[in-house]
Design a protein around this ligand. Structure first.
Ligand SMILES: [Zn+2]
Ligand SMILES: [Zn+2]
Length: 144
């Protein structure tokens, strides 16, 4: 078991069981937010004793302890889970095949800073979903 992960869990008052450590590490490796079913699929490949309700329970704990965020994406009405990182990410979604890819930069950071200055607000969060049609779904002759 990864020592860093155990430390992170302990710091949030979560007992570092094998399943929790394992699940946290799966989430850490992901390049995009996943649904509980997708996480279950990945986890099940490694540890056979996982079942979907265990996954939900652990994810719930992680969300409560601010290790993971849970939100709905517009593309399918399902909840997605993503580990909270030092630097947040935004995503580009394909409306045809539901592919999700991360975007490297946050285009809002400067804007956010300006708004904070103008209004005196302390900005705590923002959301940005960019939707499009991926090259695969466009086909050789563009969109028809
Ligand atoms: Zn697509
Ligand atoms: Zn951002």
């Amino acid at each position: 078991m990864n020592k860093d992960t155990i430390e992170i869990l302990n710091k949030q008052g979560i007992k570092a069981t094998k399943q929790r450590v394992f699940l946290y590490e799966i989430l850490k490796k992901q390049e995009k937010p996943l649904t509980a079913e997708e996480i279950y699929f990945l986890a099940k490949k490694e540890i056979n004793s996982f079942n979907l309700s265990t996954i939900y329970r652990i994810l719930d704990t992680f969300v409560k302890k601010k290790l993971v965020v849970k939100y709905k994406l517009d593309i399918d009405e399902k909840f997605h889970f993503e580990i909270i990182r030092e630097k947040h990410r935004h995503y580009l979604l394909c409306i045809c095949c539901n592919q999700i890819i991360p975007i490297s930069d946050c285009p809002i950071e400067k804007y956010e800073h300006d708004i904070a200055e103008q209004t005196g607000y302390v900005i705590v969060d923002h959301n940005l979903e960019i939707k499009g049609i991926c090259p695969n779904c466009q086909g050789p002759y563009g969109i028809h």
